[in-house]
Design a protein around this ligand. Structure first.
Ligand SMILES: Cc1cc2nc3c(=O)[nH]c(=O)nc-3n(C[C@H](O)[C@H](O)[C@H](O)COP(=O)(O)OP(=O)(O)OC[C@H]3O[C@@H](n4cnc5c(N)ncnc54)[C@H](O)[C@@H]3O)c2cc1C
Length: 341
């Protein structure tokens, strides 16, 4: 019997765990190494939105990548079936001023998308507690969501069942493995292992978590804020702080976020939410680095910016295809780690 090829995956976030599962399914003997306690990383802090449409119209860095984001979302049902991660496919709302909603509808139109203006009563059914003084509410069914901590747990269980081993250690190099998958998010020093990681920079993000089960409905986007159900509560997010690389929550960020959230759900004004912070790893074009490094035997899978959960199945599929010499498909060139020279 021939020996299995071995792979070390550095990082047990959304990308690392998804890659580990895909590599185990592709026949590798996989070990995931992560020095942090489980469920303490950007993937756990995230809102959990799987949102190609709203991200493409609300985040300028995603505007040119709607096709790729949608392709990633379309791979989620297969990963859901494989891993037991549960997706909520109800859709997402935008709520606010008429002028802003018209801008959004126009932006959706340019992508060939459609957001329906829904009656007040339907909006309240979908999002109990939604503010009454909003001009209107749009529903877009293309965007889905998941519970980040529950999804991390499901991916870990599925990976372990597929034979993946776990070690609480930091990876410093490829070691004896045939393949090292660098899925360590925004960790410093990755360029010492794979020089292409020099293209990454951190974007700190603050988010609030409130236990207000009576408000739990679907994701609601407002101007400069979102409120989304997450792991049994509500997540109110999120700040974008480019270049800031520490994960200590800054108490000064809580009040503005809560006030913005309360414009959508007035009951949040009396909430006592927990403030959390995480680091997104980002590249200059907003897309992750996925593919082989010039460092032998090292494959990068990091830099997913605001969309690590959305992109996880595409990143994993691509990593497994490259690792096994299969056709990586049409998005490989756009994610090539060498693209920044
Ligand atoms: C506030 C906020 C809200 C967000 N909301 C969303 C959202 O709604 N939807 C969405 O799709 N995305 C969202 N994101 C983005 C998303 O969280 C990230 O893109 C995604 O989590 C990145 O996953 P990752 O696996 O690359 O990194 P991480 O989740 O950061 O995991 C990296 C892991 O690598 C480990 N590590 C570090 N160094 C080493 C080493 N040397 N060896 C081994 N392991 C190491 C770390 O301990 C960590 O566990 C959000 C991010 C933030 C901060």
């Amino acid at each position: 019997m021939s020996k299995k090829a071995t792979a070390t995956v550095a990082g047990a976030g959304a990308l690392g765990l998804s890659c580990a599962l895909a590599l185990a399914d592709a026949g590798f003997e996989v070990t995931v190494c992560d020095p942090g306690p489980p469920f303490v990383n950007a993937s756990a802090v995230a809102g959990g939105m799987v949102a190609p449409s709203f991200e493409a119209v609300l985040d300028s860095a995603a505007a040119d990548h709607f096709d790729l984001l949608l392709a990633a979302r379309n791979l989620w049902p297969a990963l859901e079936a494989r891993s037991g991660v549960r997706l909520d496919r109800t859709g997402a709302l935008a709520a606010g001023r008429s002028a802003w909603l018209h801008e959004l509808q126009a932006a959706f139109g340019t992508l060939g998308l459609f957001a329906t203006e829904i009656p007040r009563r339907t909006a309240e059914d979908l999002a109990p507690g939604l503010a009454e003084d909003l001009d209107g509410v749009l529903l877009n069914r293309e965007d889905w969501r998941l519970d980040p901590c529950a999804a991390l747990a499901a991916l870990r269980v599925a990976a372990a069942a597929a034979g993946v081993g776990f070690q609480a250690t930091a990876v410093k190099g490829r070691g004896a493995a045939d393949l090292l998958v660098l899925a360590a998010g925004a960790a410093p020093g990755l360029a010492e292992i794979a020089p292409e990681a020099a293209a990454l920079s951190p974007i700190k993000g603050h988010i609030l978590r409130a236990r207000m089960a009576d408000l739990t409905g679907v994701t609601v986007r407002g101007e400069g804020v979102y409120v989304t159900p997450a792991d049994g509560g509500l997540a109110i997010g999120a700040t974008m702080e480019p270049g800031v690389a520490d994960v200590r929550p800054d108490p000064a960020k809580a009040a503005p976020l809560l006030a913005a959230g309360a414009t959508l759900f007035p009951a949040l004004a009396r909430a006592a939410p927990e403030l959390q912070a995480g680091l997104r790893a980002a590249t200059p074009d907003g897309l992750p680095l996925v593919g082989f490094s010039q460092a032998a035997g090292v494959l990068l899978a990091t830099g997913a910016r605001r969309n690590g959960w959305l992109l996880a199945p595409l990143v994993a599929q691509l990593a497994a295809a490259l690792a096994t010499g299969r056709d990586p498909g049409r998005y490989a060139a756009r994610l090539d780690p060498a693209r920044f020279g």
